[in-house]
Design a protein around this ligand. Structure first.
Ligand code: HEC
Ligand code: HEC
Ligand code: HEC
Ligand code: HEC
Ligand code: HEC
Ligand code: HEC
Ligand code: HEC
Length: 254
């Protein structure tokens, strides 16, 4: 449904199809929309990379002309800022590190951060822009191609050195990125895992029943795990404790 809000419409388009969501861009008393091209003159670097960002899809349609105002959907209408020659705190909104500016359009992310296990963002110890550049290429998250995931791991690496350093015995799962096992915003499971127990590992390592003399044996990989499985979870039972990779053991026992 489309609604007019303070004289403008905000259309969010995605992959060619237009999703019609209505959000109110920040309000600046007496200012009107001027369009991305005007911002380009003074904020050239940000404007260049922005063209390739997912956020370049944001369009504010102001008036009948259908002129595009992506920058102003987050920063508010810029006419007074521009007329005054720009400047910090001058008739423009800087959302800074406040997640509320992002929740305006990404409401479901707030729900994720409210789950019991989450990155300490609601506590004010972290913010969205530490992981997502609102203007840059990095915000892109194309499905699971190797390169994109390498980027995702890099962003985790800035704070989690221990898990991301190279290991002599690498766990190939890491090549698919941290998010095959962790929900980056939050989860109901400890350590923000996508699954609570051995199911996490069994997503990729099938249990294969093999008939034996004393009934069915359960193999995982090349190994008979029948007895081990009774001990508990793959890592929590103390077996594959080095889930991220090991310097000493090929099967990540420590
Ligand atoms: C999705 C929302 C969003 C859009 C769209 C957006 N920005 Fe931003 N912008 C932000 C946020 C959030 C920050 C604060 C980032 C930070 O604190 O690191 C910011 C910061 C800035 C800053 C201040 C940088 C500094 O040095 O402190 C400028 C200038 C800026 N944006 C210009 C633009 C321009 C020009 C465009 C369009 C080409 C644009 N923005 C589009 C969210 C947005
Ligand atoms: C005439 C040049 C000029 C134009 C045009 C211009 N700005 Fe600025 N803007 C500046 C200057 C100078 C600053 C001070 C910070 C700096 O030097 O990067 C600034 C700062 C900002 C900030 C940071 C404000 C803060 O309080 O931290 C944002 C956000 C911003 N501009 C957004 C925009 C947007 C969006 C547009 C287009 C609607 C725009 N600017 C057009 C010159 C300009
Ligand atoms: C005015 C609405 C709006 C605001 C405000 C906004 N976004 Fe977005 N965001 C979008 C749209 C539209 C897309 C692209 C369509 C999509 O994939 O959902 C997008 C895409 C994204 C993506 C990529 C999603 C994907 O699936 O690849 C991330 C990450 C993101 N935004 C983070 C942020 C952050 C962080 C902020 C706050 C600084 C923010 N957004 C503020 C509208 C917005
Ligand atoms: C610890 C790093 C981190 C923080 C902090 C973070 N994100 Fe994300 N976010 C990610 C990663 C990684 C993905 C990709 C998830 C995937 O590939 O499954 C993602 C995906 C997204 C997406 C697209 C998929 C989805 O879940 O809808 C949006 C939108 C998004 N984030 C917005 C935000 C907003 C808004 C904030 C702040 C309130 C935020 N993120 C904070 C790491 C983070
Ligand atoms: C800007 C820094 C930062 C970035 C980037 C970051 N994290 Fe975190 N991470 C934290 C902080 C802070 C905590 C909370 C640690 C605490 O409370 O002791 C945390 C906690 C975690 C935990 C839970 C640890 C525990 O002991 O419960 C996991 C898992 C995690 N992060 C995974 C990731 C993944 C995956 C990424 C990339 C998508 C990522 N982090 C990116 C700062 C970061
Ligand atoms: C194969 C699944 C898997 C992948 C991939 C994975 N993790 Fe983990 N991670 C786990 C499990 C399982 C735990 C819980 C370990 C425990 O409780 O002893 C964990 C725990 C953590 C913790 C808490 C501290 C610790 O070591 O126990 C952090 C931080 C973390 N992971 C970050 C990351 C980062 C960053 C990446 C990507 C570079 C990543 N993880 C990739 C499964 C994975
Ligand atoms: C995203 C898929 C994926 C997930 C999830 C995953 N793994 Fe792996 N794992 C692999 C791949 C791929 C290999 C290398 C090929 C092989 O040996 O099967 C591997 C190898 C291993 C090996 C070495 C096997 C050998 O014989 O050399 C162990 C041990 C292992 N994983 C344990 C785990 C544990 C424990 C978990 C759960 C915390 C887990 N894996 C989750 C994909 C995954």
């Amino acid at each position: 449904m489309l609604l007019a809000l303070c004289g403008c419409l905000l259309l969010l388009s995605s992959c060619g199809t237009i999703e019609r969501t209505v959000v109110a861009p920040p309000h600046i008393e007496g200012a009107s929309f001027v369009g991305n091209k005007t911002c380009f003159e003074c904020h050239t670097n940000i404007s260049r990379s922005f063209a390739m960002s997912r956020h370049a899809q944001i369009q504010v349609i102001a008036g009948k002309g259908g002129d595009l105002h992506g920058c102003e959907s987050c920063h508010g209408p810029g006419s007074l800022h521009v007329a005054g020659g720009g400047g910090r705190g001058k008739f423009i909104v800087n959302p800074g590190n406040k997640p509320e500016a992002c929740y305006e359009c990404h409401l479901q992310v707030r729900t994720e951060f409210n789950l019991p296990q989450h990155h300490p963002l609601p506590e004010g110890r972290m913010n969205c822009v530490q992981c997502h550049d609102p203007h840059g290429l990095d915000i892109m998250k194309p499905a699971t191609s190797g390169l994109a995931m390498a980027r995702v791991n890099e962003s985790c690496a800035t704070c989690h050195r221990e898990q991301t350093r190279p290991h002599v015995f690498e766990h190939e799962a890491m090549r698919e990125g941290c998010t095959v096992c962790h929900s980056p915003h939050g989860s109901i499971n400890a350590k923000m895992l996508v699954e609570r127990d051995s199911n996490l590992c069994l997503k990729c390592h099938a249990q294969i029943p093999v008939p034996g003399t004393a009934g069915l044996k359960i193999f995982i990989g090349k190994w008979d795990h029948t007895a081990n499985l009774r001990l508990g979870g793959c890592w929590s039972a103390g077996c594959h404790a080095a889930v991220h990779g090991s310097q000493v053991h090929p099967r990540f026992l420590y």
